[in-house]
Design a protein around this ligand. Structure first.
Ligand code: B1M
Length: 221
């Protein structure tokens, strides 16, 4: 078992344990002991909360435990990891403007918030519309904000089709040249992204940044 795997198992246990403060304190210690915030987020935090999700999927735990673990996880992400990553941001001219949200029907935002932060840290101007954003609102806000890119996050098979609706509506309104669409989220694959006509797909926050940089290069060339 790798060092990251061992830590990931430990965090999963703490997210589901009796002591609600323990996962936060444990994560604080792990970060102080020298794991970089990005390594911690990608290789410890994300797999740990995914393992909680797997337990929920197998009915080993139930909704109250999932909600509890999610609250603990969100505190770690927002209060520990994000401030550390935000410190690494640079100034300068924005690379472009991204309007981002969790799509209609989807209340999951831990991953979307991380993507938004990493885009900001890497020089994008980011407008975060939040969660459960209706298809039409995405289009309206993208136009109002004069967005270069719209980022859509979906964590559920039931909300994925709204990504397709955003793209169909954009193209139907003749706005394809106005802004590109990047999609991502745990159930999204490159195949699905291509199938619905998205301009890019990001597997994680880092890939979302490199894909948005590539989209801006293509737009400016
Ligand atoms: Co929910 N949930 N949940 N949940 N939840 C999942 C998604 C699920 C897979 C769990 C399971 O059953 N195994 C399942 C969906 C099954 C399906 O698709 N059919 C599920 C379910 C069923 C539900 C409810 C219906 C449960 C219920 O009420 N009965 C309900 C639905 C609410 C709704 O949205 N309408 C629900 C509720 C919740 C909580 C509120 C308790 C909580 C969310 C809290 C919050 O976000 N504020 C929650 C959580 C935490 C999860 C799991 C366990 C973890 C999600 C997460 O935060 N991961 C999840 C299981 C899983 O994903 N394996 C699950 C960590 C995060 C860092 O990763 O979000 O994947 P992720 O983001 C990554 C990448 O995906 C990517 O980059 C991020 C950073 O690396 N990425 C992008 C994300 N967006 C991107 C956008 C991009 C590019 C990359 O470009 C724009």
């Amino acid at each position: 078992m790798s060092e990251f795997e061992a830590l990931q198992f430990e965090l999963t246990e703490l997210l589901l344990g009796d002591d609600s403060d323990a996962p936060f304190t444990w994560s604080q210690n792990a970060l102080q002991e020298g794991i970089g915030p990005l390594d911690f987020f990608n290789h410890v935090f994300t797999p740990a909360i995914a393992a909680v999700g797997d337990k929920f999927g197998r009915l080993d735990i139930f909704l109250p435990e999932l909600i509890d673990a999610a609250e603990r996880a969100k505190a770690i992400s927002e209060q520990l990891v994000k401030p550390l990553l935000a410190e690494q941001g640079g100034g300068g001219e924005p690379r472009g403007k991204v309007v981002i949200c969790s799509v209609q029907g989807d209340l999951h935002d831990i991953g979307k918030n991380m993507v938004a932060l990493m885009l900001q840290v890497n020089g994008f101007d980011v407008v975060d519309l939040g969660i459960d954003v209706p298809v039409r609102t995405v289009l309206d806000r993208a136009r109002e904000e004069n967005a270069d890119i719209v980022g859509l996050s979906s964590l559920m098979t039931t909300s994925m089709p709204y990504m397709k609706e955003v793209i169909e509506l954009r193209d139907g309104f003749g706005l394809k040249e106005d802004f590109a669409v990047i999609v991502g989220g745990a159930p999204i694959t490159p195949e699905y992204s291509a199938q619905i006509g998205a301009d890019a797909f990001g597997r994680d926050a880092i890939e979302a940044v490199s894909e948005c940089i590539a989209l801006m290069k293509a737009r400016n060339s």
